[in-house]
Design a protein around this ligand. Structure first.
Ligand SMILES: CC(C)(COP(=O)(O)OP(=O)(O)OC[C@H]1O[C@@H](n2cnc3c(N)ncnc32)[C@H](O)[C@@H]1OP(=O)(O)O)[C@@H](O)C(=O)NCCC(=O)NCCS
Length: 192
């Protein structure tokens, strides 16, 4: 049910799912919803996503960082060609604080989301188990994710799955822009 990557035909669906779940975070900087979703959909990296399917249809995804890239990866050139310099500067500035740096021995996740129609059936948990298996193949010790202060249900799920808070951060003045002020970084050991 869960595999690495998505097909070209699945890209629009994966993009729509990712945008619906993280729209509030990603929207900052883009001129409007449609152009933001189209751009993010176009730059999603299939090789940085674990994908869950139900009845052959994409039902959930879990991005991760590897080799310097997360699930949403784009160059300044791609941005500038699409939006021009002014808007590109704004998008870059708005998205920069969301970049998660990689740490040695730790698989850093980049957004887990499940289609609203399929939530509460274990798909999110299965995606996180798949992430753990992926971390094990890389020889990592831990898996890391972030959760915003406006998402207590997701945090409760992560705690149940063995994640513990290892740090907290603030979006500072950008909190208004993103719709959340604080986030927590959580980790769990790969083996346990
Ligand atoms: C969080 C999420 C990935 C969980 O996926 P899932 O397949 O529903 O998870 P599971 O079925 O394995 O586990 C169910 C648990 O997920 C959490 N959950 C369920 N619906 C949720 C929702 N709409 N938002 C946040 N968490 C939710 C709850 O802890 C739930 O347990 P509960 O019903 O006892 O409260 C999914 O709900 C989702 O995509 N939410 C919107 C995007 C998001 O918040 N992503 C997390 C960013 S850190």
């Amino acid at each position: 049910m869960i595999g690495l990557g998505f097909t070209t035909a699945e890209r629009p669906r994966v993009g729509a799912l990712y945008w619906a779940a993280f729209r509030r975070k990603l929207r900052a900087g883009f001129p409007d919803d449609a152009s933001g979703q189209a751009f993010v959909t176009g730059v999603l990296r299939a090789d940085r996503m674990l994908v869950a399917r139900v009845g052959g249809e994409v039902a959930g995804v879990c991005g991760f960082h590897e080799g310097g890239h997360g699930a949403v990866a784009f160059s300044w050139r791609e941005l500038r060609e699409r939006f021009g310099v002014r808007t590109s500067l704004r998008v870059s500035a708005a998205l920069a604080p969301l970049g998660r740096s990689e740490a040695g021995g730790v698989l850093v996740l980049d957004g887990v989301c499940v289609d609203a129609r399929h939530r509460g059936r274990g798909i999110g948990s299965a995606l996180l188990a798949a992430a753990q298996a992926h971390a094990a193949t890389r020889g990592d010790r831990e898996v890391q994710l972030s959760v915003v202060d406006t998402n207590p249900r997701a945090e409760a799920l992560y705690r149940r799955l063995g994640y513990r808070v290892v740090g907290e951060g603030s979006m500072g003045v950008l909190g208004e822009l993103y719709g959340f002020r604080r986030y927590r970084t959580m980790r769990r050991p790969v083996a346990s």
